[in-house]
Design a protein. Structure first.
Length: 432
């Protein structure tokens, strides 16, 4: 079955309706022609969410102004700053200075889910030109996801045309819309892909699973798995909350939105680590198998953020172990450039075991330390006996799980050596 663009728009609207996103026609919204926010929704959400704090009309206006003031001419930087506000929240100075600052979350990430959702089509936006995106998903008045459809019926039109429409024409004509963009969806009904607004076309991917356990599907079925998987309200909020990564600084407008295996791997590992954490558990956090090129280092970043921000671990210390003698430079530079994302200012590549010992000594919480397994040779000194220490090993090779003792007999002596892992376990006895 092949859809026209209008049919495809309706199918998406209907399927999103099943997930609890009510459909609204663009021309029914009260707004200025050049506005992309639904201000009434932002106001209603903030007034209801911060009712107990007696948030004032003026304070609500301040929040809206704060968002609008970001310039659409430096789109990448503005999107980075706005997404930071959306995923981490921010302090709002009160009108009444005697009251302490209010911590504002633009999305309610709690189980209460006190959010206002809408899927809007036929919204005419007047920027440098008038444009009408095929679909915009709003949460609390913020246009977080933009949909662009192309028909699979016309021979010369492909899903790539939808990508160009978004990232070239819309970028030029209605950049204001993309200040608030979490990610984009392109679809022709047979192929549906999601990706970052700043990513090249080849980094747009299908979302081929609903629960992470089910088998992968292609073609028209992947339209359903995308909507039931990614647009399940809880998962969508989780992706926006924890799975969109901007480096602290970079030259290439890098913005990484998770792929589905990264999302499911990181969330499952988090639950498994909670389950196996010592002293109640056995300290075995789990193993994740990922094929080459599956973006394993990003999965590690997403997992690190989840661990750091999980109330369960009370600001854990992460020790990230790689196998190569020269610490994997890519991983090291990626982590040290992700302080804002992970949520810890202490992210350090450790040169020696002595340095690691110094860094861990007396540390009660936090910190991410990258080191190589070889730093754990022949020294059985305790590094720390805290329980909220989590070791993440980059590659589960023999050297990292080898607990055996090797006995070497020569004419003069008998020498005993242990695998690296033995030293690791003794140094960090209660780590997971």
């Amino acid at each position: 079955m092949k859809f026209t663009e209008a049919q495809l728009e309706n199918v998406f609207i209907e399927l999103l309706g099943n997930e609890g996103f009510p459909h609204v026609l663009g021309n029914t919204l009260a707004r200025q022609q050049d506005e992309v926010l639904i201000k009434a929704d932002i106001k209603n959400y903030l007034q209801s969410q911060y009712k107990a704090d007696n948030i004032t009309t003026n304070e609500v206006e301040t929040v809206i102004r704060k968002l609008e003031l970001f310039s659409a001419s430096d789109l990448y930087e503005s999107n980075k700053q706005i997404m930071k506000l959306v995923s981490n929240g921010f302090q709002l100075e009160r009108d009444d200075r005697s009251k302490k600052d209010l911590y504002i979350h633009l999305i309610d990430y709690s189980d209460t889910d006190n959010n206002r959702y809408k899927i809007v089509n036929q919204l005419e936006i007047y920027g440098y030109e008038k444009r009408i995106p095929d679909g915009i998903l709003y949460i609390n008045g913020l246009p977080l996801v933009v949909f662009e459809f192309k028909t699979a019926i016309r021979e010369n039109v492909t899903i790539h045309n939808a990508y160009v429409q978004l990232t070239t024409r819309y970028k030029k004509d209605i950049p204001e819309l993309f200040k608030y963009n979490a990610f984009c969806i392109i679809s022709d009904g047979v192929n549906s892909k999601m990706g970052s607004f700043f990513a090249n076309y080849e980094f747009y991917y299908a979302w081929r699973k609903v629960l992470g356990l089910d088998k992968e599907v292609d073609g028209i079925n992947s339209m359903y798995t995308m909507i039931q998987g990614l647009f399940n309200k809880n998962r969508l909020r989780q992706v926006i909350h924890h799975f969109i990564y901007f480096p602290d600084s970079n030259k290439h407008e890098l913005k990484i939105v998770c792929r589905y295996p990264q999302y499911y791997a990181a969330t499952k590992l988090l639950e498994n680590i909670k389950l196996h954490q010592k002293p109640e558990g056995d300290g075995k956090g789990g193993t994740y198998f990922g094929a080459t090129g599956c973006g394993k280092s990003y999965t590690m970043l997403f997992l690190s953020r989840l661990l750091m921000r999980s109330p369960h671990f009370k600001s854990p210390t992460l020790i990230i172990i790689t196998d190569r003698t020269d610490l994997d430079d890519q991983l090291s530079s990626q982590f040290t450039n992700a302080k804002g994302f992970i949520g810890d200012n202490t992210i350090i590549s450790v040169e020696s075991r002595k340095e690691l010992k110094e860094l861990l000594k007396g540390r009660k919480s936090g910190g991410v330390f990258l080191t190589t397994i070889h730093k754990f040779t022949e020294d059985l000194e305790l590094l720390t006996d805290r329980t909220n220490v989590i070791c993440i090993s980059d590659e589960a090779h023999r050297s990292q799980i080898n607990l055996d003792q090797k006995v070497t007999v020569t004419e003069d002596s008998v020498s005993k050596t242990n695998g690296f892992a033995k030293y690791l376990h003794v140094s960090l006895p209660i780590a997971t």
